[in-house]
Design a protein around this ligand. Structure first.
Ligand code: ADP
Length: 418
């Protein structure tokens, strides 16, 4: 009797929960120490004589029973690295349990004895650690991206400086050359076809060099904009008049859809016209091989949440959440963008066009101008139909433009192209 009470005292003072179930007696509890009372918040008086189904949810009881049966079947100790019980007051307790089959010599009964360690705190710290780790990984990624953006921005800055220098040096000799060519062409022998052809080629070459120089000047030009509240429809109409010739010549059908009550946008009219002309001319070039060329220009108002939801989170970097924006899309049914080019479209001097047709500066200049307006410009393939979409997101408030050169563009275009 005395020994029994010693065992009981020891059991009740153990820092681990101990219980025993009588296998033949429908797995009813025959032992339930103090720590077990604590972790389950169930008193021994209630637990003894009950089984798991009386005390826990059906799901938990099913699980405990399946482990108990496995312990009996195998006839040896089993470790349950982590099990969760939900106490009556809704608290989740995480336990690490060892279950052992025990033959009670005195009564001849087969018991399943369980010893559980409460690892709730450890679990919580592990969870917190995992969260922290996730946070750390995300911060690290952000840092890397920012670093890449800085490198890219710096690269662009130095290209800009170089471009300004080259442009300055090359502009005057070019003008002289052109004057020379014009002068010479007046005095040539009209019967000598060769000279006329050569002079034409020279004039063409000088023209092309001049265009590149002007592109470079644009690219490296001052960042000052003169913005005023503008109706987007007005800009689009003017641009369409300016390039009417190209559109007619290429037999391009144009559809313009602009939402009624579109908010005003703050634009530097002439710089923004240049952006639209670049984008539309690119679209016309891309549609050169199409049977029926269709250019769509769509403009609508949106709030930034919806833009981010529908188009990915990139906009969040430039705008503040909730900002009212105007989305302008220039959609073509042309050749689209090859996946291998997607990441380079906005690189200065990247062009897939034949010599003489493109300088590869259009998109980089356009993006720079749009970003100076506090907006963003992306170009990607349409998802279902053939062709590409140039999308501009423009702020409807006058703020300081934030220049962002994104290295993330490549990934975004890659995933959306197809
Ligand atoms: P350029 O027009 O002088 O080549 P850009 O910077 O304007 O220079 O364009 C770079 C490249 O992007 C083009 O050469 C073309 O390959 C691609 N591109 C631009 N717009 C489109 C479009 N609408 N559809 C398909 N590809 C395009």
């Amino acid at each position: 009797m005395e020994e029994h009470s010693i065992v009981e005292s020891v059991l009740d003072n153990l820092p681990v929960a101990v219980f025993a179930k009588d296998v033949a007696g429908d797995f009813r509890f025959v032992l339930w120490n103090k720590k077990q009372e604590e972790v389950t918040t169930l008193p021994a008086a209630k637990a003894l004589g009950s089984n798991d189904y009386d005390l826990f949810s059906q799901e938990s009881a099913d699980y405990f029973r399946s482990v108990d049966k496995a312990v009996i079947r195998r006839g040896k100790l089993m470790k349950v690295p982590e099990e969760i019980i939900e106490t009556k007051n809704g608290r989740e307790v995480h336990l690490r349990t060892v279950k052992i089959p025990v033959h009670d010599k005195e009564t001849g009964r087969l018991l399943v004895v369980g010893i559980s360690e409460d690892i709730t705190e450890q679990f919580k710290s592990r969870e917190q650690l995992e969260q922290l780790n996730l946070h750390l990984v995300a911060t690290n990624k952000e840092l890397q991206e920012t670093q890449m953006q800085l490198i890219q921005a710096e690269k662009l800055e130095s290209i800009g400086r170089l471009a300004a220098g080259v442009a300055h040096e090359v502009k005057n000799p070019l003008a002289l050359l052109l004057l020379g060519v014009d002068y010479l062409s007046q005095g040539i022998d009209p019967d000598d076809e060769n000279v006329a052809t050569i002079l034409d080629q020279m004039r063409g070459a000088v023209d092309r060099a001049d265009r590149i120089v002007r592109g470079l000047v644009d690219f490296s030009s001052q960042r000052a904009l003169s913005r005023e509240a503008t109706e987007l429809r007005r800009v689009i109409d003017e641009v369409l008049i300016l390039i009417k010739h190209e559109l007619t010549l290429s037999n391009t059908r144009v559809t313009v859809k602009i939402d009624k009550d579109l908010p005003l946008v703050f634009l530097d009219m002439s710089k923004f016209e240049q952006v639209l002309i670049n984008l539309i001319i690119n679209a016309v070039h891309a549609m050169a091989g199409s049977d029926s060329r269709h250019l769509e220009i769509l403009a609508r108002a949106d709030s930034l949440e919806d833009v981010a939801k529908n188009e990915g989170a990139r906009s969040r970097e430039v705008f503040r959440s909730g900002d009212r924006v105007v989305i302008l899309e220039i959609i073509d049914n042309g050749c689209g963008i090859a996946p291998s080019d997607a990441g380079r479209l906005f690189d200065p001097f990247f062009t897939t066009k034949a010599t003489g047709l493109g300088t590869g500066l259009g998109l980089s200049v356009a993006r720079r101008i749009v970003e100076l307006h506090g907006g963003e410009l992306t170009l990607r393939n349409r998802t279902r139909e053939r062709g590409a979409i140039a999308r501009l997101v423009l702020p409807t408030k006058l703020g300081t433009g934030k220049v962002r050169t994104t290295t993330r563009e490549a990934k975004e275009i890659d995933t959306s192209s197809g």
